[in-house]
Design a protein around this ligand. Structure first.
Ligand code: GLU
Length: 281
């Protein structure tokens, strides 16, 4: 029997302290790798430099170490890999599936206020495709004004290139990709020249991730990731979008729940075994 290697990853953003939800995500990834004698990797998703803070990298490493959740290999930082993301954006531009968008947040809300029944996706109102059909002259005009565009996915063009595609989720089953689910999403932000979607598919391929495990809040994003893997000819991993850990009131844990950070729990005198037990519900 051919045994394919299992490689998983935990990909926290160093924008805050780890909480129980992160620990659950890390444990799911680590347990899956260990049960197949595979590798469990760590990746810092730090492209949003306006929100990352240097001390959180070490705090995350310290928390994982204290919990005994040990990763294999050196962790990678996405900020070390910006040229790889630029190359991916360039490939998509060459395919003609991206278009420059000069809209500001204000423009977008003004535009939406004129539309009745604006289409909604799982993450809110979809972009009204205002810049989809700009003429070369209009684009030149904006560029001459010194405006930097973001680059959006033209979902119609993407659909015509990928045709019908799907991904496999170990919990949710086979899922057919809905190209329009998130609309014409931004794939290259004007401030950082990339996006979560680009960086994650490039890195999952680079780190040979066979199984992507993450919270079910990211299930809609996987529709975009599958499209990108197909367009960029990257391998397609298996997925496992697991449940999210809620607090005592049934609310989703967020980083602002500072008292529930692992650091706070440790300072309150909990042992690592007790903290791990809190997520085994
Ligand atoms: N960085 C994301 C988070 O902290 C995880 C993204 C992923 O696993 O693809 O929620």
């Amino acid at each position: 029997m051919i045994q394919t290697a299992v490689t998983t990853r935990f990909a926290p953003s160093p924008t805050g302290l780890l909480h129980l939800g992160h620990v659950y995500a890390a444990k799911v990834a680590q347990d899956l790798a260990r049960s197949h004698s595979g590798e469990y990797l760590l990746r810092f998703e730090d492209i949003d430099t306006s929100r990352t803070r240097e001390h959180f990298y070490q705090a995350i490493l310290d928390d994982l170490d204290w919990l005994g959740i040990q990763h294999d290999q050196e962790p990678i930082r996405q900020t070390d890999r910006l040229p790889q993301y630029t190359a991916a954006v360039q490939s998509l531009q060459d395919l003609g599936v991206l278009y420059p968008c000069f809209c500001t947040r204000k423009d977008i809300s003004r535009e939406l206020s004129h539309i009745t029944n604006a289409p909604h996706g799982p993450e809110g109102t979809l972009y009204a495709q205002t810049c989809r059909n700009l003429s070369p002259d209009q684009i030149d005009h904006y560029l001459q004004q010194g405006k930097t565009p973001s680059w959006r996915l033209n979902t119609s063009k993407a659909k015509s290139l990928t045709s019908a595609i799907s991904f496999d989720d170990e919990i949710h089953g086979k899922i057919n990709v809905d190209h329009d689910l998130l609309g014409d999403v931004i794939l290259s932000r004007k401030d950082i020249g990339t996006s979560y979607h680009i960086a994650v598919v490039v890195d999952d391929a680079f780190q040979n991730i066979s199984h992507v495990t993450r919270g079910e809040d990211l299930l809609p994003s996987t529709h975009i990731h599958t499209i990108l893997q197909k367009l960029l000819k990257l391998p397609q991993p298996s997925y496992q979008h697991h449940r999210l850990i809620n607090d005592d009131c049934g609310e989703r844990l967020a980083k602002r729940n500072a008292p529930l950070s692992i650091q706070a729990l440790r300072e309150q005198g909990h042992t690592s075994e007790q903290v791990l037990a809190m997520i085994m519900v």
